[in-house]
Design a protein around this ligand. Structure first.
Ligand SMILES: [Zn+2]
Ligand SMILES: [Zn+2]
Length: 293
C-alpha cells in the first residue's frame, strides 16, 4: 500500500478515476455515436443499451462483493511478503510497476484466446459475441460466469506475479478506457491505422465481432495490440463497413434480452461446439474481401 501522503493522494485519485471512468466513457462515446455513428443503428438502440447495462450493473455488484475484499487482501499480503516474480526487480520500482501492467495485458490476451479455444469457456464468452448491434454498451456485455472464472484466475495470478493493488487498479483503468473506446460504434478514420500499431482500435475490434469465424477468432488483444502481432492472430480487412456482427445461432431478438443473454451458455446443441455457430462461415468466406493491412 502507498506509504507517504503523496502516494496516498495518488492512490485515492486512481480509485476515484476507476469508479467514475465507466460512466464518463459511456457518456462521451454514446454522444460520439449519436453524432457520428459508423453504422446506422438498426433498431431499438435504447432497449439494446438497457439490456447490456443491466447485465453490467449486475456483474459489477456480484463480482465486487465476491472478489473486492479478496483482491485487496491478496495483493496487500503479496506486497508485504515481497512475493511473486516481480520482486526480482525491487531496485526499479517504476520498471516493476510498468512490467506488472504489461504482464497483466499479456495475461488478458491469453485469457481471451482461451475463451475462444476452450469450448466450456466459449459457452460463456459467446454472450459477448452474440450482440448483433455492437456499440459502447457491448464493452460491458459479459456473462457473469466468464467474469467469475476470470476473477478467480486473476486472484491466483496476483501472488504468481506479485501484483500490488495499485497496479491492478491502474490496469483496470486502462481496460475500461480501451474497451469502451474499441467497442464504440465510431470510426477514427485513417488514424486507426496508426493507432493500432500500439493499441486496440475500433476497426481492429470490429473484426473480432464479425460473424465470420476466421475473423471472430482473431484480434484477441485488450489494450496493447502487440500480442496479436506476436502471436500472428492479427486480422484486418479493407472494408470494415461490411462486417456483420453477432453469431448465427444467437441472432434472434430473444437472445438479446437480459434473460436470453443469461441463458446463452446453456443452449444445449452448441454446448460443446462453437463450429455450429459458424456453420455459415464457409458460405460467407467465399464472398468476403481479402484481408488487408
Ligand atoms: Zn472474444
Ligand atoms: Zn468485444
Amino acid at each position: 500500500m502507498p506509504a507517504s501522503a503523496t502516494e496516498s493522494d495518488w492512490f485515492s485519485g486512481v480509485i476515484s478515476l476507476r469508479l467514475a471512468l465507466p460512466v464518463v466513457m459511456l457518456a462521451a462515446l454514446w454522444t460520439w455515436e449519436t453524432l457520428r455513428p459508423f453504422f446506422e443503428f438498426k433498431k431499438h438502440r435504447g432497449r439494446h443499451a438497457l439490456a447490456n447495462l443491466t447485465i453490467a450493473v449486475f456483474n459489477a455488484i456480484v463480482i465486487g462483493v465476491l472478489f473486492g475484499t479478496a483482491t485487496v487482501m491478496t495483493s496487500n499480503w503479496v506486497v508485504e511478503h515481497r512475493f511473486g516474480l516481480l520482486k526480482f526487480s525491487d531496485g526499479f520500482p517504476t520498471g516493476r510497476f510498468v512490467a506488472g501492467l504489461i504482464l497483466l495485458d499479456a495475461w488478458m490476451y491469453v485469457w481471451h484466446w482461451l475463451n475462444h479455444r476452450v469450448p466450456f469457456l466459449w459457452c460463456f464468452h459467446r454472450m459477448h459475441h452474440s450482440d448483433t448491434n455492437m456499440d459502447v454498451t457491448t464493452a460491458a456485455r459479459f456473462h457473469i460466469g466468464e467474469h467469475f472464472i476470470s476473477a478467480t484466475l486473476r486472484l491466483m495470478l496476483i501472488p504468481v506475479l506479485g501484483l500490488s493493488i495499485s497496479q491492478i487498479i491502474v490496469y483496470e483503468v486502462a481496460v475500461v478506457a480501451m474497451t469502451h473506446f474499441h467497442h464504440a460504434n465510431v470510426s477514427i478514420g485513417r488514424a486507426d491505422r496508426w493507432l493500432r500499431l500500439l493499441l486496440v482500435t475500433p476497426n481492429m475490434h470490429k473484426v473480432h465481432h464479425s460473424r465470420w469465424q476466421p475473423e471472430t477468432d482473431s484480434n484477441y488483444s485488450v489494450v496493447l495490440s502487440i500480442w496479436d502481432r506476436l502471436a500472428r492472430t492479427l486480422r484486418l480487412r479493407s472494408n470494415f463497413d461490411s462486417i456483420e456482427f453477432g453469431l448465427n445461432n444467437f441472432a434472434d431478438d430473444h437472445w438479446q434480452t437480459v434473460g436470453g443473454m443469461l441463458r446463452t451458455p446453456f443452449l444445449e446443441k452448441t454446448l460443446h461446439s462453437k463450429r455450429v455457430e459458424g456453420k455459415h462461415h464457409s458460405e460467407l468466406e467465399s464472398r468476403m474481401p481479402s484481408p488487408s493491412g
